[in-house]
Design a protein around this ligand. Sequence first.
Ligand code: MLT
Length: 273
Amino acid sequence: MTTDGMLALHTLRRGGSGTPPLVLLHGFPLDHRMWLDVLDLLTGDPTVLAPDLPGFGVSPIGEDVAEHVGGTGPSVDVMADAVAAALRAAGVERAVVGGLSMGGYVAMALAERHPDLIAGLALLDTKSGADPEPARANRLRIADAVLADDSVDAVLPMRTTLLGATSRQTRTDLVEHLETWIADQGASGVAWAQRAMAARPDRTDVLRGVGVPAVVVVGEQDDLSPVDQAELMAEALPDATLVVVPSAGHMTPIENPEPVAAALSALLARAGR
Ligand code: MLT
């Protein structure tokens, strides 16, 4: 664990220097390990970096991260500022940034707050709108529950709800992976992230101003960030392609990694031109 409020930034793959690095932002309540299946499928020999977001994996808790970047939290903006600080500390001036779900919220905040860092944008199984009030209230209820229990039990059911119907029926290995990854997280990180996501604004207008190539990826069976939300983001982005991933729900990079890696590779090629 880093101790100074700086996010842990994992080098998942070291590639050539011809293209900007690919930076991958994980979903909730997971860590950088959710990206491992796409690494060997990427073409173009990219370097791939992945932080653990505040309170997840081996990164410091949200309060320490917020203090480090001079922000107030819990907030997705603090997460974005912390990713920017970690990238700059690692000498990264520009990167193709991809985020899944919560990672997508952070990627959109980065596009708004640190546009100079973004050479390309990949939004996977995410949405640009803010939460409606019942969803916001539910997040705050879960945050209170995990802290009261000092356990992540309240979010363990996500080991199946994150998956599409096909994976739920046929891929017990994925349910087991998700269970392990979720159980490895701490209650304080889960609570902080739920409060951060509850407070996030609508960033659809931010997408309209993105001046770099983009791709929007969504599992055809994603019930949490459905295809119509992906279409809305792809329409808002000035230069985006839309990729609908067959036989996958919300966790496209583990449910069907080949089309996800192909979409990311194509974006890297467009961004490197
Ligand atoms: C995620 O996968 O990151 C979550 O579904 C995000 C959310 O709760 O909105």
